[in-house]
Design a protein around this ligand. Sequence first.
Ligand SMILES: C[S@@+](CC[C@H](N)C(=O)[O-])C[C@H]1O[C@@H](n2cnc3c(N)ncnc32)[C@H](O)[C@@H]1O
Ligand code: SF4
Length: 333
Amino acid sequence: MSAIFTKIRLQLSKQYPRYSWLRPWLSACNFVIVRTNGDRFIEFELSNICNARCVFCPYPEMLKSDKKFTHMQADTLEKVKQMMESFKGVLVSFTPTTGDTLLHPEWDRYMKEIMTLKSVNRATMFTNAIELDTEACKRLLAVLEADKGGKMSQLYFSVGGYDKETYKALYQVDRFEKVVSNIRHFIKVLHQKGKSIGVHIHIKLTTGAKEDLDKAIKLFNPDAYPFVYFSHSHQYFSNDTYKRNVLLDYYPSESTDTSKACAYLKKTRFAADGGVWADGCVISEMPGDHSLRLGNVDSGLKMIEQERTRIIQDWEQKGVKPMPCRGCTMYRT
Ligand SMILES: C[S@@+](CC[C@H](N)C(=O)[O-])C[C@H]1O[C@@H](n2cnc3c(N)ncnc32)[C@H](O)[C@@H]1O
Ligand code: SF4
């Protein structure tokens, strides 16, 4: 279904600069596209290095482990591209498990190369936008312009609260003003150029903080670009290993029947260091743990899939869950 809506959106967006009445139809396409997953979901991690230390993220703890912090290298990209040739209709999310894509020196070239692959139907990305300065903004626009198939369905920006104090408390770095001005500028350019790409701004909140949509609009989208969507995080994901923070509220622990393995184990993460992992959600790798690692870019898809099957069978037949999945509040059937 998403492939059809991607094609419809591409045709409508070509007409949009002349016919502004197409706005609600484009918004409807954006809505459908982001809510229907492809057959295969790939988390593509260009860099596992981050420029923030969010208190809700495992990254600060990860820094204390012996994990290798790196950007994806060119030979790894080539191997991933080869592996992806045998996939069909994939959705690629340029979102590291922990890290930020825009820190990779060649993030735009890597994104373009992956997005032109025939096997890729759709793409999306999450970034904290700290690096989205005017130069990066031009590079991101060039990525969108090179995307002739309209595969990039929506861009996600993550921010902490509505003021610099909350941002600092959550992200542990002083980047609030920079992030606001980066996102505002990027949206303004999209607006001026008559683009119709969806921009989703995800605002992280501390316990008890009220969401304020008017404030969010004034801050990030004062010129009312019509394809900006906001969402707010009041609660955070965790598992048995995850270190909780007093500022935050967490989703309650699993209460559902988890005898079936989590559906996210079907996702594949191509890690920055050449590792290949199942899942790829933010808490699927805990410091020092490799239980969801399936192999690496030299392993071959057959071995990768055998390892995935073993993990799923251990869960469903022996009741042995991978460490990050124990007590995980992100579990999906
Ligand atoms: C792990 S980050 C990676 C991309 C980028 N660094 C960013 O922050 O957008 C992807 C998303 O996961 C969110 N996230 C991190 N830890 C989380 C948690 N424990 N619960 C819910 N979302 C979390 C981030 O806020 C961000 O929206
Ligand atoms: S949530 Fe994103 S920005 Fe924050 S520390 Fe984790 S990876 Fe970095």
